[in-house]
Design a protein. Structure first.
Length: 311
């Protein structure tokens, strides 16, 4: 059994590990592990307390994948519910769909009996106001101080800063039966255009799991993982016989084909192969990830391998 996560997943490791230790499934473990991260008000990249979009609305993205049968559920731009991962799980379980967005996702969460609430905490609101004040010239606002509708597209280009105000949580688990599951949850790119979805709710982009080969989950600049199909690429490279770190290396090299300057290629990933080997990789130095495996009383941190994106 093994559970791995991005470093901010530390607060959810105990919940996920408890499920695995009790003989639960990898799918239940990654959902259980994600929920404490979504509830953590100090994590401004996920769930409650997440940073909002340009208009100050918290919009959450999440996906969950069951590697046993390639079942998946996802929600995008969900407002007003702190556990998008559990809504995604119920999309997987109850609907003949994979992805619900916006109003439809909120409608489904309400139908599930989940409590609606305001997710914008005072510190997140303050950071949003300060972030926009620092980056948006006065002419973007009307007399009431609101960003003018016709200026939103231009404001998006000025205000968003993936390096400074982004983040996501990733979990991948393998259970005692050998099944693999993965979960990704995020409030996305801070001050994003309303309705923007990142890679996190897109199966194959930010999240993919297949018992036969392994799983990968991304954080970083979501648009890049969407364009390159990054998480699924890792799994395909595993299928092609690459070792785990080499599979990640190839998927990162594919990002080089997007034609961006290397310093703009911001990507991190955790990955697991079907033998339980795991790794964390990043284009940025100094990053870590967490894992817990059989025989360990507590999770441990490991450094991520730094990989380039040159073709
Ligand atoms: N990948 C996320 C997104 O693009 C953000 C992040 O992980 O930093 O929404």
């Amino acid at each position: 059994m093994i559970l791995i996560a991005s470093a901010n997943g530390e607060v959810g490791m105990a919940a996920g590990w408890a499920v695995l230790q009790a003989g639960g499934s990898a799918l239940d473990a990654v959902e259980a592990a994600t929920r404490p991260v979504e509830a953590n008000p100090d994590d401004h990249s996920v769930g409650y307390g997440g940073y909002p979009n340009l208009l100050g609305e918290v919009e959450l993205d999440a996906s969950i994948m069951d590697g046993a049968r390639l079942r998946a559920g996802a929600v995008g731009a969900l407002r007003g519910f702190r556990h998008p991962i559990s809504v995604a799980r119920q999309v997987l379980e109850q609907l003949p769909h994979v992805l619900l967005v916006g109003e439809g996702a909120a409608r489904f969460a309400a139908e599930l009996g989940m409590a609606a609430e305001n997710l914008l905490t005072a510190p997140a609101e303050q950071a949003w106001r300060a972030g926009l004040a620092g980056r948006l010239p006065d002419e973007f606002r009307d007399a009431q101080g609101q960003i003018m509708e016709r200026m939103l597209a231009r404001a998006t280009r000025l205000a968003t800063d993936p390096e400074r105000v982004a983040g996501t949580v990733n979990f991948i688990a393998q259970d005692a039966a050998g099944h693999i599951a993965s979960a990704v949850s995020t409030s996305g790119w801070a001050w994003k255009y309303p309705g923007r979805l990142g890679d996190s709710p897109i199966i194959g982009a930010g999240n993919y799991a297949d018992d036969r080969y392994g799983a990968a989950a991304c954080t970083g600049w979501g648009e890049l993982a969407m364009r390159a199909g990054t998480a699924h690429s890792v799994v395909l490279y595993l299928k092609a016989g690459y070792a785990l770190e080499d599979a990640c290396r190839e998927a990162f090299r594919d990002l080089g084909a997007l034609g961006l300057p290397p310093e703009q290629c911001i990507m991190s990933m955790v990955a697991l192969d079907r033998h339980g080997r795991h790794c964390g990789v990043s284009t940025s130095p100094g990053r870590s990830y967490v894992y817990q495996a059989d025989g360990m009383a507590a999770p441990a941190q490991l450094p991520r391998l730094v990989l380039g994106t040159q073709v």
